[in-house]
Write a protein that binds this ligand. Structure first.
Ligand code: CU
Length: 479
């Protein structure tokens, strides 16, 4: 895996010492239109990524912000977004993890026509589940997301776990910067990335900043919402290193907080992890003697700090009280007795078994990859076929067994539904967590189950966006 590092250590340190360290929350509220819609625009925005000594990158952002404005809504509320496309190419917005009405899912070419340059589209949908979600472009995602078209979507519980001041979203991205410190646009669409691990970056940001510092108060409890917005990078973290407990994945909270005790947590592209953290002397691996600590990415030998946390002594005597009941979203349990079994064989990619592969009804031949960009397949078919992977009647339980015969890990995202992860390599998992994206390593088999209760045509794809572009896409229909 390409090494993730500050773009240039010396410059990085200069930047870090120059006062970028105090983090301010991104703008929380986007402007509203006269008729009550959130005004969200895809904009072409020059922005510096590597620091003041480098030129601005040509980014595509929502409302000129990286990440886009955080959208917040109460559970059961209605999201109303008037989206205007100010880019020179079509785009659409997917509301990742929301069990949404199909026509609002934002998948160009499947659930809507992409929004043309200069045109607008109203997204209106109810949010049934509370949790940590996000939104991002879903047309040519491999380029549009890489250039910055994403933001967080937080659905608040009726009684939030912590107050707003203790509720911190961290939208994490890895950008690929060139030698000049600007986003490497020339490598977008590089077929080497498409056939290998996807586009991995070399510059890590949280909420658009490199290694921001969050100020915490000792003894108070915080909720951290981690969102992996990277095109393809799997982030590896150890929440127990700073005393955090894991309370949920992909927006759905567990019944109880979980201690991970040194276990490495893989957070694949598009996945979210919610953590609960009470900084105190006993549990946190300190960075210094005043109790500061870091959230670190530990996939390479040299751990890299994603974000820093500065811990201050509490001034008042009482810490805010904490309601420790974790909110449970209502979701139908799979009925295993009457389930429909579906299998999904993943093949292709560099160093993998290609087998026989069909693309747009034709057998792929040697040399076709360079021409079509297609080299990954689900059940022998690259990209969306005429026929769905399966059809389900509304309310039917689907058990999907995925077998990864490629040489690479993947993160598979199911649209419109959350599922339970049942088994890994034939062994039942200790926790049947609800997710919308699951990780599958090479030679692994993962079994998931869900009730197909949301009518429409839905995408099922690898969320490593280059893999999706190069074939790892299919669809299913619920009627
Ligand atoms: Cu993949």
């Amino acid at each position: 895996m390409a090494k993730l590092h500050p773009f240039n250590r010396r410059d990085f340190l200069k930047v870090a010492g120059a006062g970028l360290s105090v983090f301010t929350l991104p703008a929380l509220v986007a402007a509203k239109t006269a008729d009550g819609f959130i005004d969200l625009r895809a904009t072409k925005t020059p922005q510096r990524l590597a620091g003041e000594n480098y030129a601005a990158s040509n980014l595509w952002l929502y409302n000129d912000q990286s990440p886009g404005p955080e959208l917040r809504v109460k559970q059961g509320g209605i999201v109303r977004v008037r989206f205007t496309n100010e880019l020179d190419e079509p785009t659409s917005i997917h509301w990742h993890g929301i069990r949404i009405v199909n026509s609002m899912d934002g998948v160009s070419g499947l659930t809507q026509e992409p929004v043309k340059p200069g045109e607008a589209f109203d997204y209106v949908f109810e949010v049934h589940d509370a949790g940590t979600f996000w939104y991002h472009a879903h047309n040519k995602s491999w380029e549009q997301v890489a250039r910055g078209l994403y933001g967080s979507l937080i659905v608040e519980e009726p009684q939030p776990l912590v107050d707003r001041e203790h509720d911190i979203t961290l939208v994490i991205d890895d950008w690929r910067l060139g030698d000049d410190g600007t986003i490497d646009l020339a490598s977008l669409g590089n077929l080497g990335d498409w056939s290998h691990a996807g586009r991995l970056g070399n510059w890590l940001t949280v909420n658009g900043k490199s290694q921001p510092t969050f100020k915490l108060v000792k003894g108070e409890t915080y909720r951290l919402r981690l969102i992996n917005a990277a095109n393809a990078r799997i982030l590896q973290i150890d929440p127990s290193a700073f005393g955090a407990k894991v309370i949920g994945y992909d927006g759905f909270l567990f019944a109880e907080p979980r201690e991970t005790q040194g276990e490495v947590l893989a957070v694949t592209s598009a996945q979210r992890v919610d953590l609960l953290l009470t900084p105190d002397d006993a549990s946190v691996k300190m960075l210094n003697d005043v109790g500061d600590f870091a959230l670190q990415e530990i996939s390479s030998r040299e751990a890299l700090s994603i974000a820093l946390f500065e811990v201050k002594e509490r001034k008042s005597t009482a810490a805010p009280s904490l309601k420790l009941t974790l909110h449970q979203n209502e979701i139908a349990e799979p009925d295993m007795g009457s389930a429909k079994a579906v299998s999904l064989n993943m093949a292709g990619g560099a160093m993998g078994r290609m087998g026989q592969m069909m693309y747009r009804g034709k057998k792929m031949k040697r040399g076709d990859f360079e021409r079509t960009g297609q080299m990954w397949s689900f059940n022998g078919i690259a990209n969306l076929g005429e026929e769905p992977l399966f059809r389900a009647n509304k309310g039917e339980t689907i058990v999907l067994t995925t077998d990864n015969q490629t040489g690479w890990p993947h993160g598979i995202h199911l649209h419109g539904h959350h599922f339970q992860v049942l088994e890994l390599n034939g062994k039942p998992l200790k926790h049947r967590d609800w997710r919308d994206t699951f990780t599958i390593d090479r030679d692994e088999t993962v079994k998931i189950a869900f009730v197909a209760d949301n009518p429409g045509k839905w995408l099922l794809h690898c969320h490593m966006l280059e893999h999706a572009a190069a074939g790892m896409n299919t669809w299913f229909e619920v009627s």
